[in-house]
Design a protein around this ligand. Sequence first.
Ligand SMILES: [Zn+2]
Length: 183
Amino acid sequence: MKEEIKEEGLSESKYKAKRIFMFLAQKIAGLSGLQIAAVLASNGSMSAEKIAELTGIQVAVVRDILERLHANGVLFTTRIPSTEYHSVIFKYYFDEVTVLRAFRDKLKSMIIHLTKVSEYRGTFYYCPTCNRYYSEEVAAENDYQCPVCGSELEERPNLAIEFRRLRKFVDELKAKFVQTMYI
Ligand SMILES: [Zn+2]
């Protein structure tokens, strides 16, 4: 009975790590990222060539996405010398600990960023096209035009309700961050 619970607990955390892995891969590299992550997560480790074969995505694209995922710290890689081709083969690994560490790091930097934003007391400028907010400094630097799409920025002097909501959201994120210690 005890063993059963333990096993169930283990697979639960692996399942969570898989879902987080696929979520992050999609955020980083879109639908192809998601497909690649799904294949890698169910196999544990693979080469770019094998992933390309299984997903039907071009191997160069697969390599590029795997590199991006690696740069974001969500998977790890090893070089395996290949005597057959006189070259090295890269193998990529899905690993629970690596994924959860990357997730925690991202959550932490998001909390730090949002805390900074929620403490900002200047005027915000809003782009109705991109649905983005900019600080007064950034808006002035760009002549009060959106640096992304060029639309005229709108002044948003009264954001008290949004700030209250944001602070509440940051508090929720902090609570979630503490929870990730026990995943
Ligand atoms: Zn814009």
